[in-house]
Design a binder for this molecule. Structure first.
Ligand SMILES: [Zn+2]
Length: 251
C-alpha cells in the first residue's frame, strides 16, 4: 500500500516571526460532537472506514462526508501512516471524525503472542497520538479475527460492524449501496474501506449518505454512537461490537 505523492493542504496555524516550537498534535483540534445529551440524538449510525490512511481514497471519502456535513470513524493501519497520509488523518480529526486503531501490520493477531499483540497496538496508538494528540478508544481486529489473548492484552474497545464486502472489486458501487441500506438500523456500525483505489465505496457513499439522512439517521462517530445510546464502553468485556446495544461477543 504505497502512498502517492500529491499533497493535501493542512490547516496549520500561521507562524509568526521566530521559529515556533509546535508539534503537529498541538495544531490539531477536533470539531465538537453533535449533541450534549444522549436524549437529543435521534436514530444514529456510525460509518467506519478501514485500511487507510492514504493520500487518495481517504481524502475522497472525507470529501463526501464533508459535502453532507457528517462524521465517521477511521480505523488506521499503522504501517500506512506517513507524513503525507497523516495530513488526511489531521483533516478527518478536524472535521470531527474519530481516529481508531486497526493494528500496525494488518495480520491475523489471533495467532500472535501477547508481546506481539501489544506491539501492534502500541505502534498505531503512538502514531495516532503523534498526529492528533490523543490515543484512540477503539480497535478493529484485522479480519475480525479475535481470541482471548487479544481481549486480555488490548486495552481498547473492539469494533466489528456490518460490511458489504467492499474490499472485493467485483462488488459494484450499487451492490455496496444496496447491501448497506439493507443492514442499516438504529445503533449500527457500518464497516467500509477507504483503502487506496477503492473508488466504488466513494461512489456508494454518494448514495448511502443521502438515503440514510433522508431516513432520519444521524451519522456519528463510534464514541458518539455509544454516547447516544447510553452505553458505557469498557475495555474489560469480550464484545466485538457491531451495534451499540450489543451484549454478547458477536451479537
Ligand atoms: Zn482491514
Amino acid at each position: 500500500m504505497t502512498a502517492c505523492s500529491d499533497n493535501v493542504s493542512s490547516q496549520v496555524s500561521e507562524s509568526t516571526g521566530s521559529a515556533p516550537v509546535t508539534t503537529a498534535a498541538e495544531t490539531v483540534t477536533s470539531a465538537p460532537i453533535g449533541h450534549e445529551k444522549a436524549e437529543e440524538y435521534g436514530k444514529v449510525i456510525a460509518l467506519t472506514f478501514d485500511d487507510g490512511p492514504n493520500t487518495s481514497t481517504t481524502g475522497e471519502v472525507l470529501d463526501v462526508l464533508e459535502k453532507y456535513g457528517v462524521r465517521g470513524t477511521f480505523f488506521l493501519i499503522g504501517d500506512n501512516i506517513n507524513e503525507q497520509s497523516s495530513e488526511n488523518v489531521k483533516r478527518a480529526y478536524q472535521m470531527g471524525c474519530e481516529i481508531a486503531n486497526h493494528s500496525k501490520t494488518h495480520s491475523y493477531m489471533n495467532k500472535m503472542s501477547a508481546e506481539d499483540i501489544k506491539a501492534e497496538i502500541a505502534f498505531t496508538n503512538e502514531k495516532i497520538k503523534e498526529i492528533i494528540g490523543v490515543e484512540p478508544t477503539f480497535f478493529r481486529p484485522p479480519y475480525i479475527a479475535v481470541d482471548q489473548n487479544m481481549f486480555d492484552n488490548i486495552d481498547l474497545t473492539f469494533i466489528s460492524g456490518y460490511g458489504c464486502e467492499d474490499y472485493e472489486q467485483k462488488v459494484t458501487a450499487q451492490q455496496r449501496y444496496e447491501r448497506t441500506m439493507k443492514q442499516a438500523k438504529d445503533g449500527a456500525i457500518i464497516l467500509l474501506h477507504d483503502q487506496q483505489g477503492n473508488f466504488q465505496t466513494v461512489q456508494a457513499l454518494e448514495m448511502i449518505i443521502p438515503d440514510l439522512l433522508e431516513q432520519g439517521y444521524e451519522l456519528v462517530t463510534c464514541s458518539e454512537l455509544f454516547f447516544a445510546k447510553g452505553v458505557e464502553i469498557s475495555t474489560d468485556n469480550d464484545i466485538v461490537y457491531s451495534y451499540a446495544e450489543q451484549t454478547t461477543m458477536y451479537g
